[in-house]
Design a protein. Structure first.
Length: 227
């Protein structure tokens, strides 16, 4: 973030929920694959990597990492654009960043059609903006994949629920739960109806897919050895 790049950078996060969505949504999978940086987020993907014999690397929880990027953006006096969540949380998130000295120059809620965010804003008026897309998966990743065609420079963050956190709609888990990697459980208890499909059913579906991937990997290895 210290030097201007010649094209926009997209940062996305791969967690168990994203993995499940990508299985049945080719456009979402393509959008994730097109990201400049795709970071591992969560225990589930770590387990998947280890099972497949891949070093999982560092866990990059977007809820921790994205505020650090925004802090750096504020220090550099870069333009900040917030696209996501709804009133009053969106406006609260804007105030939170502005109280820290942030230059928030554009906000929109996260419930517009995808093309709205591309066509409503004159993207070429900005120098090196930080664009926070907080509409949830898979919408934000698909918008990011289109936005790079219109934004000449800057950083695009596929940020999930970050504006809900900044705006005070939901709170972070206590530190002890974060260290135990149980923040997902804390979030589920806050919004059980909305998150039941993602965290309860979704996690079981994700775990059930891991053995299938091992079979595919073994089959591919056998095919290579037989050639």
């Amino acid at each position: 973030m210290d030097q201007a790049s010649l094209e926009p950078t997209i940062i996305s996060f791969l967690n168990a929920h994203a993995f499940n969505l990508a299985v049945n949504d080719q456009l979402f999978l393509d959008s994730l694959s097109s990201s400049t940086w795709l970071f591992r987020d969560g225990v589930g993907i770590s387990l998947l990597c280890r099972t497949l014999g891949i070093a999982p690397g560092k866990n990059m929880n977007g809820t921790d990492f994205i505020p650090q990027l925004l802090e750096r953006a504020i220090q550099q006096k870069r333009e900040i654009i917030l696209l996501g969540t709804e009133s009053p949380w969106l406006e609260n998130a804007k105030k939170t960043l502005e109280c820290k000295g942030g230059n928030v120059c554009f906000i929109f809620d996260g419930f517009q059609p995808n093309e709205f965010y591309i066509n409503k804003i004159n993207w070429r008026q900005f120098q090196r903006p930080i664009v926070v897309l907080a509409m949830g998966m898979p919408k934000q990743e698909k918008i990011a994949n289109e936005l790079v065609k219109h934004l000449p420079n800057g950083l695009i963050l596929n940020a999930g629920a970050i504006l809900d956190f900044l705006g005070g709609k939901v709170s972070r888990a206590p530190l002890i739960l974060r260290k135990l990697r149980l923040e997902w459980l804390y979030r589920f208890l806050q919004e059980p109806v909305r998150l039941f499909g993602r965290y309860i059913i979704g996690n079981f579906v994700f775990l059930a897919r891991i053995p299938k991937l091992l079979i595919v990997k073994s089959s591919m290895k056998d095919d290579i050895l037989s050639q």
